[in-house]
Every structure is written in structure tokens, then in C-alpha cells.
Ligand binder design. Structure first.
Ligand code: SAH
Length: 470
């Protein structure tokens, strides 16, 4: 039943029936209209308040829960519900996996209209918390207050937050006491830095006023226990900076790389900034199957190291290399997949648009004594041309791992032109993957497809597809 209020509707006693993209869930009105919900999970029975109807659907929130779903789990994190990070903590892990796999298959079928082979079940992650090797926290002079805090009568401290952006608000930071995404000493380091700054009058950044000192902090902890900490300052206050960095170095003797940045730009992206070394090395190492990868402050590396290993093994398996193949690794990043498959191939050619990543890739390959890889920098649509293939050889197998937007149409068409025996398509967005596969369908059939969960407690899912020539 729908009751209409000013510009909103109330629907009562509705069952939430499915999960939807971006971590939302789906309910249906009595007359079959879809309602997307932000705060309920499949199986809940709820009253819903929505905004006005969009073209063919509503967006709303559950305002009363009549029955809670059997798929529910108790969120472990005290920040759940306010922090935008791990939105699926209230769903049991096997249900998270069920809905992730379902989304991938639905996208391949509905967007790509693709014929699918037998589906290999999604690969879950052994570690369901503390699985990230990299975290970025922001400082803000004013703290985001939760609804409960505002309701309380007592005086509360509104100053100084170190944590995550409130979703969609560039200047609002939620203070984090304990985050469940990265192993210790991650929380210990963040809380120490925050408290030391408060106790020593080292001002937190104010994004609106463009004042203050400490701005962001990035912590990387590799699977072999090396730690990198990069503190970003807004202004160049030598005395306070030295005071803080020295205190950190004294307290955390096991930090491998302690670095800083002075960034007085409007935005806090570090990619165009100089990174200065305070103590230790300017990089840490990550290790995978005997390969070592050097990672500096700006390097890209898959954020879930253990599951990246699983993802790469599936990729290598799908490629089914015998040793005499020329392989292209498109969107190679720091050349990790290229190096991972190199010993099973005659040669691997990696292409990537970020010059620093390619510099790392070359350096890493050299350190790993891999000499059958070649790396090239440039925008894929411009580099991956007929001339490029004439120069580097026609690949027997293409591995491609594009960003969320998927591949440029020209790149997809070029793959069709070359028509290698096999294509292994690794994707972090099955919707754009499905779009690209629909074009490749002209010459290829999907012979394997396997989803991989790299990010438990979130709705994100990776999918690997093997294409073989028809
Ligand atoms: N395969 C790598 C990285 C995958 S992430 C790994 O597993 O670590 C996708 C990569 O595509 C990123 O490194 C990004 O810099 C790169 N990229 C994004 N757009 C690109 C483009 N237009 N041309 C070439 N590379 C691009």
C-alpha cells in the first residue's frame, strides 16, 4: 500500500527481494515498480519512505523493520552505518558472495546478452577483515558528528578528526577509532599520530578555510611485514613537522619507510607532488610466489595482496600457457601480471598509461631477473595500434585488466582485428566487461568465467573471463 506525502511516498510491509548495484537493495511495490533502498538487505520486511518517483523506479529508505532477514550478521565495526566503507557488514559473508556472483552473471546476461558456460563458483576471501595493504586517512579541523552524538545533551568535542570522508562530502571527515580493514599497527599508528598532533598543537587541516598543517596519511603494510607511512602536510612548518616525524620514528621503530609531502594545492592528490624521505627507504617490498615488487608512495599495487595472488593464479590458469606464446598484458600497472606469467611464456608485452608504473615495472622485472618482458607507456587507444603489433609481434594470447570504465571501443576493435587464440579479461566492473564482451562475441565464445571477491564487506567484485575463438 502506498500513502502519498508531500513529494514522498510511504510503502508498508514490503519484502526486500534482491541486492542491486552499488550496494543497494531492491524491493517492489504492489504494482511491480522497483524501489532501490540504501539501508536494508534482501529478506528484510520493512516500511519504506521514498522520494518522488523517477522514470520507472523509486529511491528510498527503510523507516521501520517488521522482520529482519536471516541473511543478517552483526556488524563488527563501531563506525558501521556512518562510515561509507564496509556497507555490507550487516550481511553474512556467504550471502555477500551469493549476491556478488549473481550480479556478475546478471550483467553478463542482461547487458552483454552473452551465452555463458557452466559457472565456476565465486572465490571467497579467507580474510574477511583486515585484508587491505593500503589505507588513506584524512585530517580535518572539524569532526563529523553522528546523529546519536547530536541527540545527546552533554557537551561534545567537535574538533579534530582523522579518518574517512563522509560519502559525497569533500570537507566532512568521520573520526575513526578502529578500522577493520588493515592489520595492526595501522590503527595504532593513526591514533598515535592524531593524538600527538592534538597534544602538541599541530593543527589539523581545514579544507574550507585552507589552513592547518596535517592533511592526509597513507599507511601501507606489505604481506612480508614492511611498513610505509606517508604524511601529507598543507604548509611547510619545519619545527612541527620534525617534531611529529621524529616522534613517529621513535615510537614505531619497525616502519620501513617514513616519508612526507608538502602540498598546498586545493586538492590532496599526491601524484604531482614531491615525496620526501624522512627515515628508512623510499619504498617497501611486496612478495608473490618468489617475485619481489618494489612499491613507492605513488605505485599502484592490488590492495588485497593474498587475494591478488588468487586472482593472478586464475588468470594464469585461464591463459593455459605452454611456454611458446607471445602474451600481451594490457593495462599492466606495475607489470605484476606480466611478471607473474612470464616464466610460462616465450615473451610478455605490457602496456600502461602511467609512466611511473612502467618505470616500476621495468625495475621490478630487472630485480626479478625476468628478461622476457617488455613494457610500454601510453594511452591504450593510441598505443595499441597496427604499427605497435607489427613491431612487437602478433600476440597468441591477450590478458586485459582495464579500470572500471572498461576498454576503449578502439581497443576492443583492435583485439578483434588481431584475433588472438585466447583473451583473458580481468575486470573490476562486470557491467563494462559485459559491454565489451558483447562486441568480442562476434569472434569469441566465453569458455570460463569466475568471480573473485577481493573486497569483503563491500559490494565490489572482480570477474575473470576466458574467451576462445569460435
Ligand atoms: N593489471 C594491473 C593493474 C590493473 S588496474 C594489476 O593487476 O596490478 C588498471 C590499470 O590501467 C591502471 O594501472 C591504470 O593506470 C591503467 N589505465 C587506465 N586507463 C588507461 C588507458 N587509457 N591506457 C592505458 N592504461 C590505462
Amino acid at each position: 500500500m502506498a500513502r502519498r506525502k508531500k513529494k514522498s511516498y510511504i510503502f508498508e510491509n514490503i519484502e526486500v527481494v534482491d541486492a542491486a548495484a552499488k550496494g543497494k537493495s531492491v524491493a517492489k511495490t504492489d504494482d511491480g515498480k522497483v524501489i532501490f533502498l540504501t539501508n536494508a538487505i534482501p529478506g528484510d520486511i520493512v516500511d519504506i519512505k521514498t522520494g518522488k518517483k523517477r522514470k520507472s523506479y523509486f529511491e528510498g529508505k527503510a523507516i521501520k523493520f517488521h522482520k529482519l532477514s536471516e541473511r543478517r550478521a552483526k556488524p563488527v565495526c563501531q563506525h558501521f552505518g556512518v562510515c561509507g566503507g564496509c556497507k555490507w557488514q550487516h550481511m553474512q559473508y556467504d550471502s555477500q558472495l551469493y549476491f556478488k556472483e549473481k550480479e556478475v552473471i546478471q550483467n553478463l546476461k542482461r547487458i552483454g546478452h552473452l551465452e555463458l558456460p557452466e559457472i565456476t563458483p565465486i572465490l571467497g576471501c579467507k580474510k574477511q577483515y583486515f585484508y587491505r595493504n593500503k589505507m588513506e586517512f584524512s585530517f580535518a579541523k572539524k569532526r563529523w558528528l553522528t546523529y546519536e552524538e547530536i541527540q545527546k545533551e552533554e557537551e561534545i568535542d567537535r574538533n579534530n578528526a582523522c579518518g574517512f570522508h563522509i560519502s559525497g562530502m569533500w570537507d566532512k571527515i568521520l573520526d575513526i577509532e578502529k578500522c577493520h580493514l588493515q592489520e595492526e599497527p595501522s590503527n595504532e599508528i593513526r591514533n598515535f599520530v592524531k593524538n600527538f598532533c592534538i597534544d602538541n598543537n599541530i593543527e589539523f587541516y581545514d579544507p574550507r578555510e585552507q589552513t592547518g598543517l596535517v592533511r592526509t596519511m597513507m599507511i601501507r603494510i606489505s604481506s612480508i611485514g614492511e611498513i610505509m607511512l606517508v604524511i601529507q602536510f598543507f604548509a611547510d612548518d619545519i619545527a612541527k613537522r620534525e617534531l611529529l616525524l621524529k616522534a613517529i620514528a621513535d615510537k614505531f621503530k619497525n616502519i620501513t619507510s617514513l616519508q612526507y609531502i608538502i602540498n598546498n594545492k586545493g586538492n590532496d592528490s599526491i601524484y604531482d607532488q614531491d615525496v620526501m624521505l624522512f627515515k628508512g627507504r623510499d619504498h617497501i617490498f611486496e612478495e608473490m610466489e618468489g617475485l619481489k615488487f618494489k612499491i613507492n608512495a605513488k605505485s599502484f599495487y592490488q590492495t588485497n595482496s593474498d587475494q591478488a595472488y588468487e586472482l593472478y593464479k586464475i588468470t594464469r590458469n585461464f591463459a593455459g600457457l605452454k611456454g611458446d606464446e607471445l602474451v600481451y598484458d594490457l593495462y599492466t600497472g606495475t607489470g605484476t601480471i606480466a611478471q607473474f606469467v612470464a616464466k610460462n611464456a616465450k615473451k610478455v608485452v605490457g602496456v600502461e598509461s602511467v609512466p611511473e608504473a612502467i618505470a616500476d615495472a621495468k625495475q621490478n622485472a630487472k630485480n626479478n631477473q625476468i628478461d622476457n618482458v617488455d613494457f610500454f607507456v601510453g594511452d591504450m587507444a593510441k598505443v595499441f595500434t597496427k604499427e605497435f603489433i607489427e613491431q612487437n609481434g602478433k600476440p597468441d594470447i591477450i590478458i586485459t585488466d582495464p579500470p572500471r570504465e572498461g576498454m576503449h571501443k578502439k581497443v576492443v576493435e583492435q583485439i578483434l582485428n588481431i584475433a588472438p587464440k585466447k583473451v583473458v579479461y580481468v575486470s573490476c566492473n562486470s557491467a563494462t566487461q559485459a559491454r565489451d564482451l558483447a562486441i568480442l562475441d562476434e569472434k569469441y565464445k566465453i569458455t570460463k568465467t569466475q568471480a573473485v571477491d577481493m573486497f569483503p564487506q563491500t559490494h565490489h567484485v572482480e570477474n575473470v573471463v576466458l574467451l576462445e575463438k569460435r
